[in-house]
Design a binder for this molecule. Structure first.
Ligand SMILES: NC(=O)c1ccc[n+]([C@@H]2O[C@H](COP(=O)([O-])OP(=O)(O)OC[C@H]3O[C@@H](n4cnc5c(N)ncnc54)[C@H](O)[C@@H]3O)[C@@H](O)[C@H]2O)c1
Length: 336
């Protein structure tokens, strides 16, 4: 199945199909020099499929991890392309999770003022979320995604088969984002996830999540309004992540449980648990709130957050930091 993401005057295709990695040559213009960036955890079979589809592949295999999203990581990609004689008519292709996609997309946005970029996401998180929407970035110090650009891919190919090698924890991370999208925007998708076994419906989860994200980024690519709905669970989630160092998806899961009406909280918690995500942990509320305050510095004293009153819909809310602390402090501490 193919979705087209409309972006400005143009649009880009997102192909979703089991086994599609084996026929990338038919879908993308790879008849040129192509930088393939991947990491050591991506299966060698997937790497050789992609290499085989390119006329002149140049492969860079990175150590896994967020640390790649740095100026030195970016320099490494750009230098590699320069040393390999890449010109403006060549292309870069990310074969990896959100880290590889964000880094490669940014290098493609900047190298020679921009070359074509293709994305073949290999984690559930990158398949349901980060591979579309055009955001690319590296981190600066402790600030995530501090330096980046909007770079639309020329095409995205999503192969659910690549998820077979993904550790369970990473699957849960991706499910957290899929649940986020269903909880805010699509009750039917939420019900489907409640009803069925996740493993049996992964392609539907991916497709449903991408439809939601496509709809959002088509209306608000640059995050001036609607796109902020994708931050559901992230306001408190980022605070928990900073304090505990838990996985991003786990923190988003916990964050979501605070940001919904108490009538739907049990339902949301059940689905998160089914996805192997935590819903209650003991937290130092003051430390979490301090981390949220420092995360939010740029917005002054006001905290913006997304709240879900009913499954499938949301509202944007804002209040002062003091009010936020009063409202959610006890809940974060596990007393509410
Ligand atoms: N651009 C966006 O819109 C956007 C949206 C959400 C998140 N992000 C970014 O995405 C990143 C997180 O993405 P992620 O969770 O995919 O992280 P990741 O790229 O670090 O991948 C997670 C882990 O899975 C491994 N892995 C990848 N593919 C595999 C496979 N097929 N089999 C086995 N192991 C595999 C990786 O080596 C890594 O250890 C963060 O940097 C975040 O900021 C970007």
């Amino acid at each position: 199945m193919t979705l087209y993401v409309k972006a400005g005057e143009s649009s880009y295709p997102v192909y979703i199909e089991v086994g599609i990695t084996d026929r990338l040559g038919e879908l993308f213009d790879l008849n040129r020099k192509v930088l393939i960036v991947t990491d050591k955890n991506v299966s060698p079979e997937a790497v050789s499929s992609v290499q085989g589809a390119c006329a002149d592949p140049r492969l860079l295999i990175l150590e896994p991890g967020e640390k790649n999203k740095s100026f030195s990581g970016l320099e490494r990609l750009c230098r590699f392309m320069l040393e390999n004689g890449f010109t403006r008519t060549d292309a870069a292709l990310a074969l990896g999770g959100g880290v590889i996609g964000d880094l490669t997309g940014l290098a493609a946005a900047l190298y020679m003022r921009g070359i074509d970029f293709y994305n073949v996401p290999t984690t559930l998180l990158s398949q349901v979320d980060s591979s579309i929407g055009g955001k690319t970035a590296i981190d600066l110090g402790k600030t995530k995604n501090a330096v980046g650009a909007f770079k639309r891919p020329k095409g995205v190919a999503i192969d659910p088969k690549l998820l077979l090698t993904l550790p369970k924890k990473q699957l849960s991370n991706g499910l957290a984002e899929a649940i986020k999208m269903a909880a805010t925007c699509d009750e039917r998708q939420f019900c489907l996830m409640e009803r069925e076994d996740f493993d049996a419906i992964l392609p539907q989860i991916i497709e449903g999540s991408l439809r939601i994200k496509k709809d959002i980024v088509e209306k608000d690519e640059k995050e001036s309004g609607l796109r902020r709905v994708l931050n559901f669970g992230h306001t408190i989630g980022h605070g928990i992540e900073a304090v505990t160092g838990m996985e991003h998806g786990e923190c988003v899961a916990l964050g979501m449980t605070f940001m919904c009406a108490k009538e739907i909280r049990p339902r949301l918690e059940r689905l998160l648990k089914k996805a192997g995500l935590p819903t209650r942990v003991s937290l130092d509320a003051d430390a979490v709130l301090r981390a949220i305050a420092s995360d939010k510095k740029a917005e002054g004293n006001e905290i913006n957050y997304v709240f879900v009153e009913n499954i499938g819909s949301f509202s944007f809310r804002k209040c002062s930091f003091e009010e936020f602390s009063r409202r959610f402090g006890a809940m974060i501490a596990g007393e509410g």
